[in-house]
Design a protein. Structure first.
Length: 168
């Protein structure tokens, strides 16, 4: 796999994670956003890259690598954008609730303000990295499934050799 493809996948996943963080600030979307972050970031990016002809035929190892990159980078980007945005909305909650009524309660943000203090910041960083690793593993699995499903619909390139094994 080319390193340029890996860098493009990382950039696309950072953008997707930032967009999901902005959408995740709305309370009624948080469950859907967590589902997308956990399972669907890599398939979304791989399908986009496949449709724009940025990637060609991939095997399972390449798909798993790209899926892990997409899952980890999108999770880190999500938390980098989502945490300050949530803390700002928590401080401005009365004003935000009057202006935008569907962004009402930040019940998941009350513990967040204690985690981002200076003495507990290392714990928050460890939690983010662990969630990123889990997201990388699950997105690697869904990326392999996506590439397998896409390979069923496309013609295999001529330059890939097939190995025939005859058991006698």
């Amino acid at each position: 796999m080319n390193t340029i493809i890996g860098k493009k996948a990382a950039i696309y996943s950072l953008i997707l994670g930032a967009a999901l963080a902005i959408l995740g600030s709305f309370n009624f979307l948080i469950g859907l956003i967590v589902f997308i972050m956990g399972l669907l970031c890599a398939p979304i990016i791989l399908i986009y890259m496949k449709k724009t002809d940025q990637i060609g035929f991939l095997d399972n190892q390449q798909a798993a690598t790209l899926g892990a990159i997409c899952g980890f980078c999108s999770t880190i980007s999500y938390f980098i954008i989502f945490t300050p945005l949530t803390l700002i909305f928590l401080k401005l909650a009365p004003l935000v609730n009057k202006l935008i009524p569907f962004v009402s309660s930040y019940h998941y943000a009350y513990g967040l303000q204690y985690l981002v203090r200076f003495d507990a910041l290392w714990l928050f960083a460890v939690i983010i990295i662990m969630i990123g690793i889990v997201s990388a593993l699950t997105n690697a699995t869904t990326a392999m499934g996506t590439i397998f499903a896409l390979s069923q619909f496309e013609k295999k390139p001529e330059d890939i050799e097939e190995i025939d094994i005859n058991i006698e």
